[in-house]
Write a protein that binds this ligand. Structure first.
Ligand SMILES: C[S@@+](CC[C@H](N)C(=O)[O-])C[C@H]1O[C@@H](n2cnc3c(N)ncnc32)[C@H](O)[C@@H]1O
Length: 237
């Protein structure tokens, strides 16, 4: 993957960096949902969402290409990406809102803990089929296997790397395996709304989907506090 210049954060590739279970509850506004709701978390990387939800007996299957690797290799890759990203955030603190995380040090501590929790859960979770190697836009699951498909910090965020067609195919695939799909954030790395968002909404609405852009109680990248929710249209009788 080529290096791209962004006005905000510069990344050579999609990096494996993980948020925690509580971040996910806020990013996707999952509060108040039934404990029986099942999730597929796409592009889940080293997030501790799966570990957090599994500890509460809530069903989550996480999908990411990095799950082909052994724990030690993932750990090494996380360290390289993490240190370089934290360095950039330090230089560009004005692009972020410092309330959920009070400082770069606080952010660093919380992210590190999330990734440690993921690493501790990884081998067990893999044996239990909770971490499955796979890549969008293909999901190796039967139709309607889950209630909700989540995608955090991959679609829209990496708009410079993936085409509109990739976004549509990925969302359709998530909607094939789940009844509903939620994506966060809707901004790219440039710190602006993804150039694909409006077209994605238009195309999905023309198909058989309802789309809702909802405000959520999570904002770290300034302005990125909305989640896209996609559901199948209810047939009128
Ligand atoms: C920034 S991380 C996000 C991790 C997690 N969702 C979170 O928010 O904490 C992006 C992840 O996308 C994964 N990824 C890259 N290409 C992918 C693809 N085609 N399908 C699914 N995941 C992919 C990377 O391996 C990486 O772990």
């Amino acid at each position: 993957m080529e290096t791209s210049e962004y006005s905000s954060i510069i990344l050579d590739e999609v990096i494996p960096l993980g948020r925690n279970g509580k971040d996910y509850l806020h990013m996707f506004n999952l509060f108040g949902l039934d404990d029986k709701v099942s999730y597929i978390d796409c592009a889940s990387g080293p997030s501790s969402f799966n570990a957090y939800m599994s500890s509460k007996d809530i069903q989550v299957v996480s999908i990411d290409p990095i799950y082909e690797k052994q724990r030690e290799e993932i750990q090494r890759n996380i360290k390289i990406s993490f240190d370089s990203l934290i360095d950039q955030i330090k230089q560009k603190q004005h692009l972020f809102k410092w309330d959920i995380y009070r400082s770069v040090e606080h952010l660093s501590e919380i992210r590190r803990k999330a990734m440690d929790d993921f690493l501790s859960d990884y081998e067990n979770g893999k044996d239990e089929g909770r971490y499955v190697a796979g890549s969008l836009p293909h999901l190796n699951f039967a139709n309607h296997s889950f209630d909700i498909a989540l995608c955090s910090h991959f679609l829209f965020l990496y708009s410079d790397y993936y085409s509109l067609d990739f976004h549509i195919k990925s969302i359709m695939e998530m909607m094939r395996v789940a009844k509903e799909c939620r994506i966060f954030p809707l901004y790219g790395l440039s710190g602006k709304e993804s150039p694909y968002l409006r077209d994605v909404v238009k195309i999905l609405r023309k198909e058989k989907y309802q789309t809702h852009i909802c405000n959520v109680p999570y904002e770290f990248q300034k302005g990125a506090n909305q989640c896209l929710i996609i559901r199948k249209k209810v047939k009128s009788i």
